[in-house]
Design a protein around this ligand. Structure first.
Ligand code: PBG
Length: 337
């Protein structure tokens, strides 16, 4: 027998509004909460000193040089945010077909990681592992005759991951969607004395239009041109396939898994959470942020409430933590109460 039929009486004995009729009572029965611990702040880092450039499609988000990045990290840390995620804006002259800048131990990301870990050892630093910021064609992998090469790309990703770990990254986060990369990266980290560095696998990452503003921010949109990432990122029509991706990544040694984008994919977050005993993170991506911001700037949404409610929805779906460009604003709202 269905447990619901067995335990719920009906109106008028039951009135579900009774528990909702005062603030204290609503607080007693609340099922989910948001705290600063649930928020990870993605940051765009650029070369130079004292440089801050706005991103048109992402209001209130800037590309920051390392010195200014540190100020932002300080605010994040004071707001109780447990970790930041770094994304480099790589100048054109450092992009190449083979993405060799990705594993230059003196590259922009490595410098940013070193600077953050020196000044803020208590905050977690997450680094993306993918080649797109470094390739002249904007793809996440190496390309031969229009084809994205899997195994050759994985070799480069391993070098990139080791390089980031050596700079001090606490978590490496492969977001490239090549097959078999989690296991290879785990081996590479372990054989380079980095067995404690965690792998957050972007296990279910979809070929989504919601990454548009991000590609503007890191400058990969122009490189990518009219090409797409459909031969490696997942088809937005699929859901069972996400479970296979997650299963494989867990078997290869992923410590946490990510679903991305976030809000339009909360069904996937829930399915992953119900099927696996692992921390599921979700990414409220640039396009989702842009939508919330644009509507708020038009006066069509209350920004604070919309941002908060969106994160609460991630929690309800089963996410342990959310990457969001609004992390600092949300954490500040929480501390105000
Ligand atoms: C690159 C990467 C992307 C994002 C994070 N890492 C873009 C892409 O796959 O094209 C998107 C994040 C966002 O939209 O906020 N591998």
């Amino acid at each position: 027998m269905n447990i619901l039929n067995n335990t719920i009486s009906s109106f008028p004995d039951t009135r579900l509004r009774r528990n909702r009729n005062s603030d204290w009572s609503r607080r007693i029965v609340v099922e989910n909460n948001v705290s600063a611990d649930d928020l990870i702040l993605p940051l765009f880092v650029q070369e130079g000193d004292n440089k801050k450039t706005e991103i048109d499609s992402m209001p209130s988000v800037q590309r920051l040089s390392v010195d200014l990045l540190l100020e932002k990290v300080s605010v994040a840390s004071d707001s109780g945010i447990p970790a930041v995620a770094l994304f480099p804006v790589v100048p054109l002259e450092k992009k190449s077909e083979d993405a060799s800048e990705a594993y230059n131990s003196n590259n922009l990301t490595s410098k940013a990681v070193e600077a953050i870990k020196k000044d803020f050892p208590e905050i977690g630093v997450i680094c993306d592992v993918a080649l797109d910021p470094y390739t002249s064609h904007g793809q996440d992998g190496l390309v031969d005759d229009g084809k994205i090469l899997n195994d050759e790309t994985v070799d480069v990703l391993c070098k990139q991951a080791v390089c980031l770990a050596q700079a001090g990254a606490d978590i490496v986060a492969p977001s490239d969607m090549m097959d078999g990369r989690v296991g290879q990266i785990r081996k590479a980290l372990d054989s380079n004395e980095k067995k404690d560095v965690k792998i957050l696998s972007y296990a279910a990452k979809y070929a989504s239009c919601f990454y548009g503003p991000f590609r503007d921010a890191v400058g990969s949109a122009a490189n990518l041109g009219s090409a797409d990432k459909k031969t490696y990122q997942m088809d937005p029509a699929n859901s069972d396939e996400a479970l296979r991706e997650v299963q494989l990544d867990i078997s290869e040694g992923a410590d946490m898994v990510m679903v991305k984008p976030g809000m339009p994919y909360l069904d996937i977050v829930r399915r992953v959470k119900d099927n696996f005993n692992i921390a599921v993170l979700a990414y409220q991506v640039s396009g989702e942020y842009a939508m919330l911001k644009a509507a708020s700037q038009n006066g069509w949404l209350n920004e604070e409430q919309a941002m908060y409610e969106s994160i609460l929805a991630f929690k309800r779906a089963g996410a342990s933590c959310v990457f969001t460009y609004g992390a600092i604003e949300i954490a500040k709202k929480l501390s105000k109460g």
